[in-house]
Design a protein around this ligand. Sequence first.
Ligand code: HEM
Ligand code: HEM
Ligand SMILES: [Fe+2]
Length: 454
Amino acid sequence: MKYQSQKIAYWFFAAAMVLFSLQIVYGFIMGFARIGYDVLHDWIPFNTARAVHTNLLVVWLLCGFMGAAYYIIPEEVERDLEWPKLAWLQYFSLLIDGVIAVGCYHFNIWEGRKFLEIPRPLDYLVVVNVLMFIANIGVTMWKGKRSTTTSMVLFMGLLFAALLYLPGMVQVRNQTVDSFYRWWVVHLWVEGVWELIMGGMLCYLLIKLTGVDREVVEKWLYLIVGLTFLSGILGTGHHYYYIGTPRYWLIVGGVFSALEPLAFLGMAIYALAMAKRGERKHPNRIALTWSLGCAVMSFVGAGFLGMAHTLPQVNMYTHGTLVTAMHGHLAFWGAYAMIVLAMIAYALPLMTGRKLWDTPLASWAFWTSNIGMLGMTGALAVAGITQVNLERRMGLDFMLVQKEIQVHFIGMLLAAALFTVGIGMFIVMFFRHGLPNDEALGTDVAGDLVAVGK
Ligand code: HEM
Ligand code: HEM
Ligand SMILES: [Fe+2]
């Protein structure tokens, strides 16, 4: 860590850890409800738990991205953050906004649009909050000593994510039109601008961890940005097949979304190639493991499992079933949760001065959580495929089929328990590092590379 103001990142990461834990709790509430133990039903019915589970996911990932930006941008542009106090204000207002929103869901105060449930007045607070964030890192970059591709891609990703939040706030009375714009947020975030954020963070981590030249690593980033936009924008069409939009979306959505896995494949190949080329010289091996793991798992979860139900002929049967939940879990985990955890694994030792990398606990956290998540995905896949066959193809009654697939949720819960043990270990590691401090200032990575005899 080189700059005093980078320390704010720690608090964003810590909040992410707390909200992530809470997300898992709500996941279990739903999982138990699915196997017949809906004991909290009167207070937290399934729909409330679902909204809280997915919204907490989005908020903790945003906390992770913001923390990462506050850490990366000063170092990339070689100056302190422009307004450190504003970053604190933004931090607390984000958390207060999030807590109020989650509270509201428990009292049926929400908009009922999947992923965008947040009540309208709180939307405006989000806008103000994100403006503060964008202004802070934007001005820091503007006044910076140098400009890098990595910081530009990261910034553009965050800026467009902020702008794309706005179409989701357009108020219309027609459900198809509402759905049409809802996807501008949900789809264009995860299959568009968030990929830039992920690409920027991955690029930064690979530069730091592999020792490969910036020029080489950043050249790939252009390719990935190009592939993302080429496929992802019109790929939105894979949500417009059967919602009341014109028929041409069948072909547009089918063709362009089928190209989307290329961007994720590109990222996986690129990360592995850089790691090979750099011969892994950095002592923080676990941060590299998370980075490479992210690149590979995002391809499996988003690319491969996305492809599995993206063609209109298939989506006609799988739409809105547990096949979607299967893909949603591994895609969010592989691409966005893992990149945030990779960033934390990298930055935490540098902010706190406690180099707890390469410990058995850190490796166990990685493997246990990943194997657990693969198990959850597998269980959801079996449940989803059974559901599609019985309900959509054979025409059995919805509730009858839900009973039929109940057993698969026992498997899912066992895998989820394993996953939770892994995340528990990661969180223990997190808090073992202690707080960020000034002694850690000046722990620069070049020094680390020398230390292991580069
Ligand atoms: C990291 C990137 C991705 C994430 C986080 C992600 C996550 C999700 C989530 C959460 C949903 C459910 C959304 C909802 O119903 O509101 C969804 C739906 C969908 N995703 Fe992805 N996805 C990603 C990438 C992809 C890619 C690359 C493809 C195609 C190749 C794809 C294909 C689909 C399709 C077809 C649906 C609609 C499913 C349905 O009709 O129910 N996704 N995705
Ligand atoms: C570890 C414990 C977890 C459990 C028990 C769990 C369980 C569940 C359940 C039961 C659902 C509802 C599926 C349905 O509609 O029936 C759900 C939805 C969802 N969960 Fe989890 N989850 C867990 C962790 C996670 C994690 C770590 C992520 C992301 C990284 C995640 C992302 C999602 C998403 C995106 C959805 C919505 C999927 C869709 O739109 O269809 N969950 N989860
Ligand atoms: Fe999509």
